[in-house]
Design a binder for this molecule. Sequence first.
Ligand SMILES: O=C(O)CCC(=O)C(=O)O
Ligand SMILES: [Fe+2]
Length: 326
Amino acid sequence: MASVAASHARVESLAKAVQELSTNAATPPEKYILKDGIGGTAFPVLEVPVLDLSLLNSSSPEGEKEVEKLARFRLLWLYSVNFSVPCTLYYVVNHGIKDSFLDQVHGVTKEFFSLPMEEKMKCAMPKDDIDGYGNDTVYSDKQTLDWNDRLYLVVKPETQRKLKLKDEDCFLKQYGENPIVLSRFNLYPPCPRPDAVLAAKPHGDASAMTYLLQDKQVEGLQTLKDGQWYRVPIIPNAMVVNVGDQVEIMSNGIFKSPIHRVVTNPNKERITIAIFCTPDATSEVGPAEGLIDEERPKLFNSVVDYTGNYFKSFQNGKRPIDLLRI
Ligand SMILES: O=C(O)CCC(=O)C(=O)O
Ligand SMILES: [Fe+2]
């Protein structure tokens, strides 16, 4: 790979892979420590709606109940009159992806992170791109780093999978000709300071939608609701689906991109796989016309390549979506 040499310099400038720090350092280096800690020790479990996808097309009473559930949680917002509190984080089960395949994806991810560093560096992130193996890009000395190594892979545009929203395609149009599906394979090694080190700092995803395969054994994801952090419980092989910033923009703020973070575990390694669905980088993304009126004026300016500009403002401590607010 042509960029290996350049990327080497970048990763070395970050000191070490977190995986190595976890094995070799008694305490995390200063740049990983949050000076105010992580805000407590006990966090309640969030009540997450669980949606059975196999029932949605069924006309059986169970199927109807599942559709009612969608409406109750305002997931089926196009059919719902009241948009006030749509739920934007939920589990899906019976999604049609075989458990054995999900186990395989998890296993291959673990295998990748177990490779010698020299092997992993063969697909290191190029200097000005996130695609590849690496960890936090350092933009300033003030940055607090996340306790996590990752492998980002762009998945080819999937032209056949088109979400059909009855007669509304105001979101799909904004995905453009070549929507991007990006996968992120996360390794969270054990961390000796779970009280003060986060595996991923609080963020809303840069995507339009995110699908997350949680670790089956080790919890870590937390989401912020009414100023309180909640643990997102594990349901083995269920996918966590969450709205990203770009759907918050397209929906003119009706769907909120949930703020979430990942805490560290003192003893156990955690592996998760996130799939980010993102509009074409040349496509203009903005609030859909039909969702702007006198009662709900336009809340965001339009943007091109939101993802491309996301990381810099995020790592500088600003929520990228806030820069677009009118
Ligand atoms: O690993 C997790 O639980 C969440 C990961 C995440 O938030 C992300 O990759 O954006
Ligand atoms: Fe995330």
